[in-house]
Design a protein around this ligand. Structure first.
Ligand SMILES: NC(=O)c1ccc[n+]([C@@H]2O[C@H](COP(=O)([O-])OP(=O)(O)OC[C@H]3O[C@@H](n4cnc5c(N)ncnc54)[C@H](O)[C@@H]3O)[C@@H](O)[C@H]2O)c1
Ligand SMILES: [Zn+2]
Length: 252
């Protein structure tokens, strides 16, 4: 099998999607026919859906939180944490996942582009997002409590970037700075993503623009497969340890 050309000069930018967590037992999204666990994303993952039915949205995310009980990182997450320990600041991991599994595996230079399932924030005031592992309690929409003093309490919401919402500019700036600084030394590696959700899907083009090399590891050829220099089809957990030259993860 091929291995990634990682030299002392390489800057490795990794993008992961739902596929990297599939072998941990977290269901992917498009694989379920565009539905997310039987739900239309417009109902459960848009600001309009939340205004229409916050209880449904909270029930959905409560189930997703419960679904992560007992879920652990797989060999792909461990391989990425391992290569980060070798590369240090020459590594950056951008994930579309909200499951926290990269950090659980030990990755530190992580950008959670779409938020974190285990965090909540206020839908109104600017209190910082906070860790929240609460499952859904039937019929109860969690409230902020802190904006009560200002007159009217507001709903809490999951700290997730929903469809139609804007990604934190600071995240995009950090990715852009890493890419521009890397230039031709950039190796871009996308793993387990269907290449449909922007802006993540366009990172491969940015890599090309600066003269970098792009790799894709995916179970099947996604929409933007033609834009990659190298494509390796198969399961991320099986392929990545060898592809990154880090061997098997430590037994736990
Ligand atoms: N684990 C999670 O946090 C999670 C799970 C589902 C959806 N989501 C959200 O939904 C959106 C979905 O977009 P997406 O592109 O990340 O996911 P996606 O579900 O649209 O695509 C997943 C891709 O991974 C591939 N894949 C499946 N199993 C694989 C494996 N073992 N190894 C390698 N590839 C595999 C599939 O062929 C598919 O192309 C994201 O924005 C994300 O926030 C997150
Ligand atoms: Zn508030």
């Amino acid at each position: 099998m091929k291995t990634l050309p990682l030299t002392d000069d390489t800057r490795l930018l990794v993008l992961t999607g739902a596929g990297v967590s599939a072998e941990s037992g977290v269901p992917t999204f498009r694989d379920a026919g565009g539905l997310w666990e039987g739900h239309d994303v417009r109902e459960v993952a848009t600001p309009a859906g939340f205004v229409r039915d916050p209880l449904l949205v909270w029930r959905f995310y409560g189930e997703r939180r419960r679904g992560l009980d007992g879920i652990v990182p797989n060999a792909a997450h461990h391989a990425l944490a391992s290569i980060e320990r070798r590369l240090g600041d020459r590594f950056l991991l951008v994930t579309q996942n909200i499951d926290g599994l990269h950090r659980a595996a030990g990755s530190e230079r992580v950008i959670d582009l779409h938020g974190d399932l285990m965090r909540s924030r206020c839908s109104s005031c600017d209190r910082p997002p906070f860790e929240d592992r609460q499952a859904y309690r039937p019929g109860v929409a969690p409230m902020c409590g802190r904006c009560k003093a200002a007159g009217q309490d507001a709903l809490l919401r999951p700290d997730i970037v929903w469809f139609g919402e804007i990604i934190d500019r600071r995240f995009l700036d950090r990715i852009e700075a890493f890419t521009l600084d890397a230039g031709r030394r950039l190796v871009f590696l996308a793993i387990g993503t269907s290449g449909l959700v922007h802006p993540a899907a366009a990172l491969v083009d940015a890599a090309r623009t600066v003269g970098g090399t792009s790799w894709l590891v995916n179970a099947e050829a996604p929409a933007n497969v033609d834009r990659f220099d190298h494509v390796v089809l198969g399961a991320a957990g099986k392929l990545l340890p060898e592809l990154l030259g880090v061997g098997e993860p430590p037994a736990v």
